[in-house]
Design a protein around this ligand. Sequence first.
Ligand code: SAM
Length: 180
Amino acid sequence: MSLKIILYTLPFLFFLYHILVYFHTRVPIVNTPRKYFDQLFYNLKIPKNSTIYELGCGAQANFLFRAQNYKPCKLVGYELSILHACFARFKAKLKKKSQKTPIEIYCQDFWKVSLSDADIVYAFLVPEIVQKVWEKLKKEAKPGTILISLADQIPGEKIWQQIPTRPNDTKTTYYYIYRV
Ligand SMILES: C[S@@+](CC[C@H](N)C(=O)[O-])C[C@H]1O[C@@H](n2cnc3c(N)ncnc32)[C@H](O)[C@@H]1O
């Protein structure tokens, strides 16, 4: 196969792979823009020794990498897409030496794991799935656990904190934070 064919085929296969993962999870693989985290971490107080999860951490797991600065005791990312999970794991390995708390990445379905020890859960998903995550947390997480949802509100639930991602922009989206 010539190099040209490979170069044309690879992006198509990658795109196809994303579509297949989407049909499985019903959540598109899109990263939280990095600059959104500036506002989040500026406004949110993260206590020391927190146990932090990123549900569907994608290839970057950027929330976990930023949360490292707050001396957490455990940082865990779950990702169903094997390609993205492998990349995130590789990134965590590369940065291992500079990490105070190691970041654990698992290629696993987050519906199948317990979040009972969570203090903070980050989710950039879709409204129906965020709602289901909230139901899961209400069942198994301890009181005080917070769920940070980028862009998706949970109907009928009281928002504990709301943080704009771009405060100077009238079209800003928000982080909606809920507390068990
Ligand atoms: C919108 S992306 C967010 C990526 C990353 N958290 C971020 O904010 O940059 C959502 C990710 O969740 C993953 N995902 C969806 N459902 C999942 C599940 N049940 N278990 C593990 N990962 C899941 C998708 O594969 C996708 O990579």
